[in-house]
Each structure stands twice: as C-alpha cells, then as structure tokens.
Design a protein around this ligand. Sequence first.
Ligand code: IVH
Length: 676
Amino acid sequence: MATATKDLEKKIEALRDKIRHHEYRYYVLDDPEIADAEFDVLMNQLKKLETEHPALVTPDSPTQRVGGKAREGVLKARHSSPMLSLDNTYSQDELRNWERRVHELSGRTDIEYVCELKLDGMSLALHYEDGKLVRGITRGDGTTGEDVTPNVRTVRSIPLSISREKLKEAGIPATFEVRGEMLMPIAAFKKMNEEREQKGLSLFANPRNATAGTVRQLEPSITAQRRLDYFSYALLQNGRTYFERHWKTLSALDTAGFKVNPSRKLVKNFDEIWAFIEQEKTKREKLPYEIDGIVIKVDRTALQEELGYTGKAPRWAIAYKYAARSGITQIEDIIVQVGRTGKLTPVAVLKPVAIGGTTVSRATLHNMDEIERLGVKIGDWVEVERGGDVIPKVTRVVEDKDHPRGHKTFHMPERCPVCEGNVVRTEGEADHRCVNANCPAKLRETILHFASRGVMNIDGMGDALVNQLTERGMVKNVADIYGLTKKDLLSLERFADKSAQNILNEIENSKKLPLERVIYGLGIRFVGERTAQFLAEHFGSMDALMNAKEDELLEVDEVGPRIAQSIAEFFQEPKNRELIERLRKAGLTFAGKKKERGTKLVGKTFVLTGTLPHYSRDEAKKLIEDAGGKVTGSVSKKTDYVVAGDDAGSKLDKAKELGVKVIDEKGMGKLVSGSR
Ligand code: IVH
C-alpha cells in the first residue's frame, strides 16, 4: 500500500514536471513544443489524479494557480528593502549629464552599463523559500506594499516552484527575492475592455491601470482570466542585490526559468547607450506590450553601492523616457458612433495632431459619465493620449491663457444618429443605447463581429466589403452571408473572379467552426467568447440552448440572472428563431460536445463556507457541479452538505443548528470521486 502511494506520488510529480516544462516553453519562451490540446490533456490527467487523491495535492502543483482564496481585505506586507523608483530624463543632454555625474562620483570612466526596456506596468516583488513561491507584494509606497500572493500565482510566466537543480545551475540560493514588472499585453487589455464594454462595465484607461486593477483584485479567479505577464529584473537575498553584476543577475534569472526581457544589452559607453535607445525606439510600435522608455543601470553592484541613492531613486540607474505619446489639441466637435449592441459612443473630433508618429484626429470619450468627469466642452483644448494599439482617448481639459475654454456643452442625442430610433439609458448603466433592433449601424457592426477572426473567421469580410453589402441591402442579417453568390460579389466594387471565389471559400469554411463560435457570433448581449464556450459545453447543441429556460441557463458557469435573461429574451424573439433556422439550413455547426457531468452527486445540494486549503470557491463549486451536484448560497433544511474550511462563520453555525452534515475539503474530495 505504502509503495503504491509512493509510486502514485512519483507519477503525479513527473506529470507536474512535464506540465511545468510546457508552461515554461509557452509562457516564458513563447515557443511551445506541443499543441494547446495536448497540453490540456496533460493538465486534465493531473487534475483527475489530484481529484481522486486530494491528499497528494501540493500548493506548487500547476493545478493550484487559481487555488487561492478570495482576499477579504487588503493585507499589508513590508519589503525586505525599499523598492525604489527611477529618476527620469527626456533628452540626450540630460542623459549625458547623468553619465558625467556617475564618472565624477566614482572617479572613473571605464564603466559598463546594462540597458533594458522600461516596461509600463507595475513593479512587484516575489519571495521564494526553498525554491517555492511564497509571497507576492506590490510596490505600494516603496516600504510597505500589498500582499497579492493568490493573484500572482495565477500568472503563468511566474514559476510556482523551481527545482534545486535549476537553482544550482543558475547559481541562485534556495531562498531569494525577485523583483520585476507585471504588465498586461496590449491584446489582453483590448480584449478585456471589449468584454467589459459588452457587459456595461467601466473601461480601463490603459494597460498599466488595467494591470494594477487586476493585480489588486480581491478574487484570484478574475485575475486568472485576464492574461498578465511578468518580466523579472532584480534578484535579492535579505534585501540586498545577490550577484556582483547586474548582467549576471539577468542571465541567472533567465537560466532559473524566469521571464527576462530579451531586449537588453551590456554596453561600455554613451554612444552604445544611445544606439540602444534609438534601436529600441523603432521596435517599440511592434511590441505586444507597452514601454515608456529605456532604463540604464550601472552593471557592477559594488559600484552601485558606492554611488548610492538620492531620496527615492538610485544614482546608479536612470530612465530615459521616450517622447510622451500624448499631445494637446482642440476639440472641434463631438460626434456619436453606434456600436453592435446599439451603444452610443461620443467621439471627439480633433484638430489633427501628431502623436508618436501618427496623426490623431479622433479620440474616444467613452460615455456621458466620462464627459462629465472630464468636464469637457466642444471648443476645449484637451490632452490626448495614445497607447500602442489603443484607441486615442482624451485624458484632461487644458486651460491657460493660450488655451481658453470651449463653451458648447455636448448633449447625448435623444434619437439614434444613424436610424433615428429611440435612445435610452437604463438606470444604473453608464451607456446610452439605440433600441431599434433594425438599426443599420447595429447591422454593420453585427456582421463585422460575426465575420471577425475570433468568431466565424471569414477572412476578407472587413469594413469595405461589409459597408457595401449592408448599404446595398444584400446582407440584412448574418444568415444572408450564406446566401451570397459569386454574381452578387462580382457586382461590387473591386471584386474579380478570384477575390470573389476567395470570399466564398472563406464563407464555406466558416461552416465547419464549432458551435461556440456560432453562439458567440449571434451577438447576444452579455454573451462573450467565454460565456459562449460555457453555453456550448453545457447544452451541447443549439437546440438545447434555444429551448433552455432561465433557471437552466443559471446552471451554466458564470451565467448570472442578467445574462440568463438576455439569452432567454434573445431566443424568444421569433425573428431570431427564424434567423437561426436559416443558419441551420446553411449548414453551420449546431451540434457540439456536451461536457459530461458526473452523476455521483445528482440531487445533492452543497453550501461552501470558509477557506478551503486547496480549492478556491469557484473551483470547489465546479468540482461539485461536474459531479452532478448543486451549490447554493445559504444553508437550509434542503442542504445535504456544508463544506467548511478555515474561518467558517455563520453558515457553519446554521448547519449545526439544522443538523446538516458538515464535511471538510477531504470529505468533499471523497464524495466527488465517489469513494464513499
Ligand atoms: S529598476 C532601483 N528596471 O519603473 C531600481 N524598473 O520609475 C528601480 N520599471 O517602479 C527599478 N521597467 O516599476 C527597473 N527594466 C526596469 C523597469 C523598471 C519598468 C518601472 C518599475 C519602477 C519604475 C521606476
């Protein structure tokens, strides 16, 4: 028996190592060796083994990234030594002055420097004990930060544990601290904001704010959904720099499996520093994340210590900031754009201004709340900011003797500027919407969404084609796409036999895409990519979804009353049903693979309370539901089990009072795997 357990432990640990390796290849090196589906198979094997043997789950298992509990409040943590900021320079002269000062203070000129990108996120300290990640702390005021460990654990490029061999190879002690930058890649930022917009939530201004908001989230499962990344740039032991040279620190972190930014250089003089700055400037636009400059650091630790600090910043390092990607210009008008969901977005029409190499003549004002927050009027001079790939936005009103205030107040129109339909603002929501279901603007955006890469992936069906198709009345809904003929396409501008055939092939190929894409493509309000996936897995077919009642919809992961109502309403509308029948006839995928739920816990109702050692609330809920059980929020006579963790409160008392069976995580594991 004991040997059997040992063997099993070995098997599980070997599987974990394999998964860690593939996580490293994918998230750190960005160079996967296996397909995502193969990775999922490994992960599912591990999850299955761990569910069957909950006693063998360890905190550093790759399954435990989202295992942390929700924070109930802010937990402060002190840094081992202050986390400093950097002085900024904005010109070549200022930078030369800095170098001169380094020469003067050190009394030497043969100094080596390391140049790195200045990543635009938030700095964060990671503490490892015995090779295992034990704590993640935000910078805070530099002396004390926030303990955000459960959130940090969800970031796939941060190793949860590093083997002794790896640390030895890198020359890193078992207990150490890494400092670096947490950031949100631009694509993840855009996707998150799109989803928030669809759900009527407020938008984040830029990836940096989104990173900070996400890292400080109280619920780690939310952090896990938003893809954060982490680049390390410092290694400490007892609050002091560990290696003799910074260049060595970076390569050791790299060897140990941390993500270190590849754009770095060891240089010997000012010309080389400047060459690096110029070279990285040209690459900046193509980076998948935002940077705001270059950091130059004295390489030798001994010299760093000699140079010391001024107040909050080291003398041995400096940031060279690229010209701000913002500009000041005047608002000539505010117009309104209508989106797929009917949302009216106020857009500032600007006197064209060059910002970071592109001319900007429009900037979003998001909604009425934002206009009021900024206090902006037509005619005002404003600051406009442009992120890498982000839509330019107005950040503030500028007011001085050269920039007088504007006078014209903007009002949201009462009728849709495209179709003259009624515009409403639902109480509690920030957005105004056009309620006309047949609004042509909605149609245009609906078709564009349907054809976009993440949905039905009809390559070539972009702005130009969709404009023509909708304006000429050839496409009045998404089903019409499947009735298009070559003759139709040839009648349009800029279409020849070959390009028409390409589009038809793309349309044909889209029919093979899985059910979740079709569901997502329907454009049901609040149903994003993720929800569509859960719906497809839960119902397994378009028909089952179409006929689901609201209470059945509520059983789907992450579907709450608002989403359930929106879905039910969508399918009640006869016009929508008609549309779906046409899509069925066209041959789109209407059958999926229903995710099989177990039957062991059918008819059993659970209540979760307190903090479980290995599972978050969401994960425990999922385990029970996957086994056919139901999880509710409050204890009653109908409750079969209360699963109690640490610090369980009133729900536990209630269970005792009603005589409801109370079990712990292990007990839950046994029920789920059926060994009882
Ligand atoms: S070194 C004393 N290196 O910039 C050393 N910081 O303005 C201080 N940052 O709080 C940090 N990229 O959040 C360093 N390659 C890099 C960086 C970097 C971005 C951020 C960091 C820091 C801020 C200072």
